[in-house]
Every structure is written in structure tokens, then in C-alpha cells.
Ligand binder design. Sequence first.
Ligand code: ADP
Length: 319
Amino acid sequence: MSAETLLDVVDLAKTFPNGTRAADDVSLSLTRGQTLGVVGESGCGKSTTAKMILRLLKPDRGSVTFEGIDVLRAKGSELKEVRRRLQLVPQNPQTSFNPRLTIRASLEFNLRAHGVPRRTWRSTVDDMLLRCGLRVEQGNSYPHELSGGQLQRAAIARALVTGPDLVVCDEAVSALDKSVQAQVLNLLSELQSDLGVSYLFISHDLSVVEHISDRVLVMYLGRVVEQATSEALYADPVHPYTKALLSSAPGAPIERIVLQGEPPNPADPPSGCTFRTRCPWVMDTCALERPLLATTPAGSLAACHLNLSSRPLATSSPA
Ligand code: ADP
């Protein structure tokens, strides 16, 4: 773990009691002041991974290290400190705000929960509302009095008010119209420049993740299948699943790859490579061996037997 590493996650795994393997040895790391995008279809394990990192859900195994602190074992004041420094912006502020509290009261609630002295609350909340593009008076509004975009700004203010180092944005702009989405993404970038905060930015939408992320991690059925800088991933995707995701975006520079079939049942995933049942390049080995993440010629990481055998993948699917 380098000195710059803020978060280091190793082999996090979670199988729910119904047999769903929601996270299967997920590893990732995040550099201070940067954004790691996490993408993949709905149900691939993004939220489960985020919840385990935030210690809202207990993993079956694996470790989460945040600035040298073992998050999963932290207790007492250390745990309190971790909770203050790791915050969440959830997808739906409509349900995450208490409808009976004003926005100011909700932000103050977060400050109180983290032991911030009361005398600083007013100025801290005012400052954060303004930074998030809201007026100080809007702190007196109730959630239903704000638009979706304003309420998501308030949710960002609520997360940032405790001075966190890392904010997990879980589908934080997915419920917003495209134009409002762009405004909120710009806001997150500005706040990152001003405050030096890092983001773990989760979305099912690759186009949303592209501009905000320094690095991007792609998940399929609970596993990380590719990890690359944002530039490399969008210019030269390696894993067939990433290629398929990118090719389905409007205006994609590569030929459309239509995936056959539905994603497999996560309680009964295919053997070997879990993507093999939908992969246009499937080979015999794919059913036999799980491909591990390995460095690609371009320096990214991909979990694909074709990468391991260094056989180049064409940018269009085979006939
Ligand atoms: P994503 O955030 O990528 O949409 P999730 O992490 O929410 O995916 O879910 C991953 C898988 O785990 C899905 O198949 C989902 O149905 C399942 N899952 C999530 N939470 C639970 C739970 N509490 N009990 C059983 N299965 C769950």
C-alpha cells in the first residue's frame, strides 16, 4: 500500500443466506483526492461492496484498510473517526432525508452524530450549503420543498459537512434528468478540487462514470473483471464485458456487441469465468478455470483468458 493510498480493499466476499454471491473476492484501492468509478449492470454487487466498505454490512471475508485503520475491526473512538471520515451519498435523497426535519436539522444531525461541537454547527452548515450551490435560507426548507437536483445537493452537503476524506456516491445522480445530472457531476468535481475529497463513484451508467473518474473498475456478477484508468478503459477496453457495455452506449466508437441471454443466477453462477455464458469469444478453458486479474499489455487489469493468453481481441464480435 503506497503512502498515497487512502483506501485498500482486499478480497471482500459476501454470500447472502439465499445463496446469492453478491461479492466474490472484490479488491480495489483508491488514491487520496481521486475518484474510482465502479460500473456494471444492476445486481452485479456494487452496492453490496460499498456497504461492506462503509461497515453497514458484514463481509464473509476480506479486509478494508482506510489510512492504515482496519475498518472491519475498528472499535470505540477509532470506529467513530472512521465513520466521520467515510460518508455516503445515497441514490434517493427523497427517502434518505427525514421528511420531518429541515435540511439544516438533517445536516446538524450528522454533525452531532460525529461529536462536532455545537458552536460550530451554524457556520459549518451555512458554508457547506453555499459550497453545494444552495442558498443559506434553503437550509430552512423541508425535503419536499426542494427539487430533485436541490435535494441531491443537500445530500452531498450532508455527507461533506463532517469533513470526510472519502465519500461513497451510490448511484448518486441516477435518479436525475440528464441536464441536472451534469450540474451535480460538475459540483462533485469542483468540491473535489476545493476540498481534496476522494470519491468511490458507483453507477450502472458508463457515460456518467467516464468524466468524473480517474480510474474505473468494472464488475460482473460479483467479480471485478477489469480495472483501468478512465482514459484507457474508454479508448481501449480489454474485457469482452467492458467492450459490450461500451459498445451499447450512444455514439460508441466500437461496433455494437449484443450480449446473448440474461445475466446468470447469482446464486448459481457458471463455473470458471462467470461471463462465459454470454461471451462472444468463449473458449473451452473458460468453463474450467476462473481467470484472475492480470496486467494487460496497456497496463490495465483484466480477468479474461484471452488477456492471459495475450491473444488480441478484435474490436467487433466474431462472425
Ligand atoms: P448493484 O448495486 O450492482 O445493483 P447489489 O449489490 O445491490 O447490486 O446486489 C447484488 C446481488 O445481491 C443482487 O443479485 C441482489 O439481488 C442481491 N442482494 C442484495 N442485497 C441482498 C439481500 N439483503 N439479501 C439477498 N440478496 C441480496
